[in-house]
Structures are given as structure tokens and as C-alpha cells.
Design a protein around this ligand. Structure first.
Ligand code: GLC
Length: 492
């Protein structure tokens, strides 16, 4: 029996990408589809994706086929939803359009309440695809707060359809603090009352993310470490006690990386391609960086890089301050990213203070990012929390050793060098303070000056399989197991 999976998200590569969710919602369904296609007997999955048909997607001109229209009830009226199919897909990707989506200029507004209508409409419309396509949904896989409402709507029996009578739900958690607070009006407009469930704190009973987490048959955090952290007050955002009631359903699966896109052997953006067996060639890329940024040309000075969105989650301030504590050592640093004005200003300030060592590039520049991974020696990732994180995997694959905070997916993917380099792939620090960060940088630089050991660390990281294959199989196992178990209501 084929298990039908509808995967819904607010963003997905290559159609639209704002952050890490877009990477995952692009790569994971594609990986699942490929595995199912290769081994249909072992992995009988029909996975399909639905996305809001944002203006930005339309403008990119992807070829689509109009499939038709249905109505989504809202208060006393109904809002038409148009369904388009991406015409060039290896598997079906549906774009859903309608006034709340068409009227919205951006994927995410600064004010969450402005996004309520769009995402509640989309979530509700996505469920109605089952009837529209005459396609039974066995598994509804929602991501983050934007699509959590679909799980809540299903459990609230908002839509009655034989195609949904046995649907199980999976909720992927990419970022707990973003819960969709302040959209209760939209929920109620689309027929969804607040929950009465006493296990949820009162403030959370009309907030989409907790409502999804309450009802999902399976909650998947994007790393095993994050799945544990969210049960603590430090990372649980006030939901830790509630989440403790859901540990049976909660698990963590690490994200993968698109290893074809991020391949130092073939990447077209970098000066010199290289592999774990030709590491010495990497030096060409490092020299290129020093020339490009007019930094002193010196092969033996470690070049650090930090490539990130500059917001509080990423802890850039911790690194900027921490670098000041490392002044007595020789190093260079290139910082690339955009974000909050304060952090951007701090980065510029560091460049002004250390004109012969620091460059702050306040920009989003994909090509430069590739060149930095390929040429820098150390990658800085001081995140306050990091559900999974992608750049540490990229950096290890490029022989650029991460110095990172021991949290979430960073703790799962980086093996800290301690005592010996055996299996070590980077340097972790525990407390989110500049002094702890500086301690790890200094440790790393000590190893950097022992080239034989440094190369072992580089190769350890480059040899790790970061592909989606094994994680995608874990998702499939979950789908198959869920599809076999009766729904709680069916058991009664
Ligand atoms: C969010 C998290 C990040 C994770 C990504 C994809 O952006 O902050 O850690 O890698 O989602 O799951």
C-alpha cells in the first residue's frame, strides 16, 4: 500500500527561500521522493508538496498548470483558492493562491499578526486539496508555526472528508521561539476556536505552533540535541512543561545537506577546487581571499570567517566581542551577513578598530559565501540556540574548521577536539559568553599551528556523510509506522 504524504511549508527551495526552513522543505521531500522511486517496495511513498503561490514565486516564472479552484470558508463568506501544479517537477508541487496570499507583499511580515490570514488560509486550503485532488492523505507533514494550523484544523474536524478520515500528522520543529503569536483573530475567522486543553499553558491555547505540537502524532525537532533542549526552561520558551507531556511523540532527526551544491571538488564559484586528498590546493582560495580583501598576505595566519544572518539567535555579538579577547594572537577575519542594525554596526566597528585584520561585508552574497568556506581556516558559529544549522556542515565539508557553541544541531554534528584529534572535527564551547568563545578560538589556533594535526581535523570533517539519504529514510520510517497505527479516535 502506498502511503500518501502531503508536505506543507511556508517556503521551499528552489521556489522561495528566506531561511533554513526553505533549504529543508526543498531538499527533504525531494530526497524522500528519490528514495521511494529507487526502492518502491521498501519505501512506498507518494510525497507531494504544497506552497503558497507568493508574488515572488510568480515573478520567477516557474512553468505551471492551472488545475482549478475551490472555496475556503471564512466567517460567513468563502474565499476562492486557485490550485496550480508546477509543470516541471519530478514529483507534484502545488501552488495555492487566493486573496490572502496574493495581497501579501512579503513571505514574512515584520508584524506576525499581518501573516495570520495568509497562513491560516493556506493551511486550511492545503487540507482541502485532498478532496480537490481526490487523493487520500495518509500523512500530513507540517513545518513550524505557519502550517501548524493545518494540524489543528484536522484535529478540530474543521473539514470532514473521507480522504482525511485516517490522516496522521507530523510536525517538524525548526525554530521554537517563532510561534505565530497574535493571530487568534485569523484562527477564529476560519472557524478555529482556542483550545481548551489544560496541558497547554493558557497563553498558548490560541497560538498556532503550540496547537500543532499539542495534536501532532509525531513531533520532529531538526536535531536530537534540540529535541532534548526544548524540554528545559532555557530553550523551551515556556512550553517545556507542556512538551514534557509529549515526549512519547517527540524525536529529533538531523537535517542533511545538499552535497552536490556544496561540493568543493566541483563548485564553480571557487578559485580552486580541492578534495580531502588535495588539501594543499585550498591555499589558492585563502590567498585569493587575502588579496580580494586587502589583508596582509600571509599563509600562516589563520583566516576566520563568519557567515550568518545577524540576529540575536546567531550570537554574532558574542563572537565580535570574543575576537577582541584574542588580540594577542595573530589572525584575520571576514564577516559576511546582514541583519539587525546594531549587530551590523558592531561588525563595522570591529573592522574600524582592526583595519589590518577584520573585514565586515554587510551583504547577502552567495558566491562570496562559497569562496569564504573554501578559503578560510576557521568558521565561527556562536549561536545562542541552533535547532540544526547548515553552515557548520558546509564548513566541515570544505575543510574550514568550525568553532561553535555546543547547542542543538551544532552539538550533534561537530565532534569537539579534546586531547586528541581522533574523530575531532571542530571546537565547541558551552557558555554563550565572549570569554568562552575566545577560549575555543585560542584552542583552535593552537592546533592550526600544528599543520599535521590540523589536516587530520580537516579530513575528519570532510569525510562525514552529511547527505540527506539517512535522515530522509528516518522520516520515511516514521511515515510508514504512523500509517500502520490506528488513529486515537479510530481505537475508541
Ligand atoms: C531554522 C533553524 C536552523 C535550522 C533550520 C532548518 O532556521 O534556526 O537551526 O537549521 O531552521 O531546519
Amino acid at each position: 500500500m502506498t502511503v500518501n504524504v502531503l508536505f506543507i511549508a511556508a517556503e521551499s527551495e528552489p521556489f522561495i527561500k528566506i531561511g533554513g526552513l526553505g533549504d529543508v522543505a526543498g531538499a527533504l521531500p525531494a530526497a524522500i521522493h528519490r528514495i521511494a522511486e529507487k526502492q518502491p517496495a521498501a519505501y512506498p511513498i507518494d510525497i507531494r508538496v504544497a506552497l503558497p503561490y507568493y508574488r515572488a514565486i510568480k515573478e520567477k516564472g516557474f512553468p505551471v498548470k492551472f488545475l482549478g479552484e475551490f472555496n475556503v470558508p471564512k466567517k460567513e463568506t468563502a474565499i476562492p483558492c486557485q490550485v496550480y501544479l508546477f509543470a516541471d517537477g519530478e514529483f507534484p508541487v502545488y501552488f495555492l493562491d487566493g486573496a490572502p496570499i496574493a495581497e501579501s507583499a512579503q513571505v514574512y511580515s515584520l508584524n506576525t499578526s499581518d501573516d495570520g490570514d495568509k497562513f491560516v488560509f493556506f493551511s486550511s486550503a492545503a487540507l482541502r486539496l485532498a478532496d480537490f485532488l481526490n487523493w487520500k492523505i495518509d500523512i500530513l507533514h507540517a513545518n513550524d508555526w505557519h502550517t501548524a494550523t493545518a494540524i489543528y484544523a484536522l484535529k478540530n474536524s474543521l473539514i470532514s472528508s473521507p480522504q482525511l478520515s485516517r490522516t496522521k500528522t507530523v510536525h517538524s520543529l525548526h525554530n521554537l521561539p517563532f510561534m505565530g503569536y497574535g493571530i487568534q483573530q485569523s484562527l477564529s475567522d476560519y472557524g478555529l476556536p482556542p483550545s481548551q486543553n489544560p496541558t497547554l499553558p493558557e497563553w498558548a491555547r490560541h497560538v498556532p505552533l503550540p496547537l500543532g505540537l499539542l495534536h501532532a502524532d509525531k513531533i520532529i525537532a531538526v536535531s536530537p540535541h534540540y529535541a532534548k533542549e526544548i524540554l528545559t526552561p532555557q530553550f523551551g520558551c515556556g512550553l517545556e512543561d507542556f512538551l514534557a507531556t509529549r515526549t512519547q511523540a517527540l524525536t529529533g532527526i538531523i537535517n542533511g545537506l545538499d552535497i552536490d551544491l556544496w561540493n568543493p571538488e566541483t563548485n564553480p564559484h571557487i578559485q580552486q577546487n580541492f578534495t580531502a586528498d588535495s588539501l594543499s590546493r585550498r591555499l589558492v582560495n585563502k590567498r585569493h581571499l587575502q588579496t580580494k580583501f586587502q589583508l596582509p598576505k600571509n599563509d600562516r595566519v589563520p583566516v576566520m570567517t563568519l557567515i550568518s544572518r545577524m540576529d540575536p539567535q546567531k550570537g554574532i555579538d558574542i563572537a565580535l566581542k570574543g575576537l577582541e579577547y584574542c588580540q594577542d594572537l595573530d589572525w584575520q577575519a571576514v564577516i559576511l551577513g546582514t541583519g539587525t542594525p546594531e549587530v551590523e554596526a558592531q561588525a563595522r566597528e570591529l573592522e574600524t578598530r582592526f583595519p589590518d585584520r577584520v573585514r565586515a561585508i554587510i551583504d547577502f552574497d552567495n558566491k562570496l559565501a562559497h569562496q569564504l568556506y573554501a578559503g578560510a581556516d576557521l568558521f565561527l558559529m556562536p549561536s545562542r540556540y541552533e535547532p540544526c544549522g547548515l553552515s557548520q556542515m558546509i564548513s566541515m565539508r570544505y575543510g574550514c574548521i568550525p568553532v561553535a557553541r555546543k547547542t542543538g544541531g551544532l552539538a550533534d554534528t561537530i565532534h569537539s577536539v579534546s586531547g586528541s584529534v581522533n574523530g575531532g572535527t571542530g571546537f565547541l564551547f558551552v557558555e554563550p559568553y565572549p570569554s568562552a568563545f575566545a577560549g575555543a578560538v585560542k584552542r583552535a589556533i593552537r592546533y592550526y599551528h600544528k599543520p599535521e594535526l590540523w589536516e587530520i581535523i580537516q579530513r575528519n570533517g570532510m569525510k562525514i556523510d552529511f547527505s540527506w539519504e539517512s535522515s530522509a529514510k528516518k522520516y520515511i520510517e516514521i511515515y510508514l509506522a504512523l500509517a500502520k497505527t490506528p488513529r486515537a479516535a479510530d481505537e475508541a
